[in-house]
Design a protein around this ligand. Sequence first.
Ligand code: HEM
Length: 258
Amino acid sequence: MLIPGPLKKPPKPGDGDGAGPAERLKETPADLVGWIDERTGGASFLTGMLYRKVPKGTTWFYTLGSATLFAFVVQAVTGVFLAMYYTPSATQAYGSITHLTNDVFLGEFVRGMHVWGASLMIILIWLHMARTFVFGAYKYPRELNWVIGVVLLILTMTMAFTGYLLPFDQRSFWASVVGININGTGPVLGPYLSDFLRAGPDFGATTLSRFYAIHMMLIPGAIAALIGAHLYLVAKLGTTAPPWLKVESEPELREQEV
Ligand code: HEM
């Protein structure tokens, strides 16, 4: 298999590098990776990530985080295509969405992927959180990753909330009015939050621009950065073993346990 040198599994001590001359020749085209690695040192992080040890007994439940990541990437890609046709103006937003849906090649399909993908991402993120909770993966030393996860959850739900207004039809308009009013009932910060979301005391054209900016730039950027931190910690701290896995400690160690 053609694996660029810098990304190969590190050899065990005394094993050599495991590659004969013919093997090395096959890998010459992949030297580009070596060129980049010499200048960035990124391969050691990637090697650590790709060859990290995972505990015995990991199941499909452990794929929910990656599934959430995939849903986020789908949302980002389809969102870019939607943005090519969408006009964030109170008078033109609805028309631009109708045009995208009815006239643009594959427009309805891409819009459908984005709308259904949003619900899917919400379902997946909750399931992923439930998995980490039930498996006790939030405990020491992964508390910080749990906290980052909670922020990711809030940001993902805010994405759904701000995206809902963008078609600017009757349903999305009134649903957002209700949503903002609910935010306004929160203690202390509630009224400030709803003023911020409305972009003033009244719901109108500036609200749409604000939601669009939050939905398009602020939150996706923050989510991407936090996913980076989240995955760094996953690679650094390793994966939590399933709770039903028996602890295989030495008898003499067990005696030391209090
Ligand atoms: C955009 C949202 C998120 C993405 C893309 C994401 C991605 C991932 C991935 C790929 C993993 C490693 C594989 C796995 O265990 O499933 C992981 C692990 C983890 N995630 Fe998330 N996650 C997200 C949100 C959350 C949320 C909402 C929480 C909890 C509040 C959370 C808490 C954790 C914890 C504690 C781990 C470590 C699991 C372990 O050690 O077994 N994540 N995440």
